[in-house]
Design a protein around this ligand. Structure first.
Ligand code: AP5
Length: 190
């Protein structure tokens, strides 16, 4: 499950977990950034989660691969959803969140792209005061949405998995979660 910062991945996933509970559907959500942040701390680099992307690429890559292995090794019965990013805006440029090394470990059956209007994402970032998000113009956000799609296409070819685009329009997070839930059931139950 991917989407650019502030698009509302976590919000939709919270709704999805409610739906799964109501339907007695076994579902676990793991946040890639949270695991990476803990691994960096264990490697002696204790920092806010929003500062990780400014570290040098080798440091991020090491934590990224360890996080992917941990998620793969701990996946339990039922469906595991990984809350993550198609790419990360690092100090060194646009860097894949799901390079080949990560995709091989995670072996996803479905790739999800969460999207919303650029203007709405800009507002959500501004109002999310507990995060250190880059404030971007709608034009820059539009570029990031397009880059995510391009990266998703490359990941789809590498994995052979379908890509589902989910709209998370303002006030419509429950609708987005329902569409996601139906897609997951389709993929997992056939
Ligand atoms: P992470 O914590 O995933 O960063 P993020 O995307 O910036 O943060 P969120 O997950 O909080 O954003 P969100 O899209 O879930 O939005 P939210 O639901 O909060 O990752 C942190 C870091 O980890 C990354 O920067 C990177 O360094 C690293 N990382 C992660 N994966 C990696 C990988 N694979 N490889 C390398 N590094 C990786 O919503 C935002 C706001 O919008 C909220 O206020 C919410 O209430 C509002 N909102 C949401 N939906 C709606 C709606 N439908 N209507 C109205 N308001 C809405």
């Amino acid at each position: 499950m991917t989407g650019i910062p502030g698009v509302g991945k976590t919000t939709v996933l919270n709704e999805l977990q409610e739906l799964a509970k109501q339907n007695k559907f076994s579902l676990t959500v793991v946040n890639f950034g949270t695991i990476m942040n803990r691994i960096m701390r264990e490697l002696g680099k204790d920092m806010h989660r929003d500062d990780m992307r400014q570290q040098n690429i080798e440091t991020q890559k090491k934590a990224q691969e360890l996080a992917a292995s941990e998620i793969a090794n701990h996946a339990t019965e039922g469906t595991t959803i990984v809350d993550t990013h198609m790419f990360v805006r690092t100090g060194s440029g646009l860097w894949a969140g799901l390079p080949q090394t990560v995709l091989q470990r995670l072996s996803p059956r479905l790739l999800v792209l969460v999207e919303a209007d650029p203007e709405h994402i800009a507002v959500r970032r501004r109002t999310d005061t507990d995060r250190k998000r880059e404030q971007a113009l709608a034009e820059e956000i539009k570029f990031d949405l397009e880059w995510s799609r391009a990266t998703a296409a490359a990941s789809a070819i590498a994995t052979g998995s379908p890509v589902k685009v989910i709209r998370n329009d303002t006030g419509k997070q429950k609708q987005a979660a329902l569409e996601l839930f139906q897609t997951i059931r389709n993929v997992m139950e056939g």
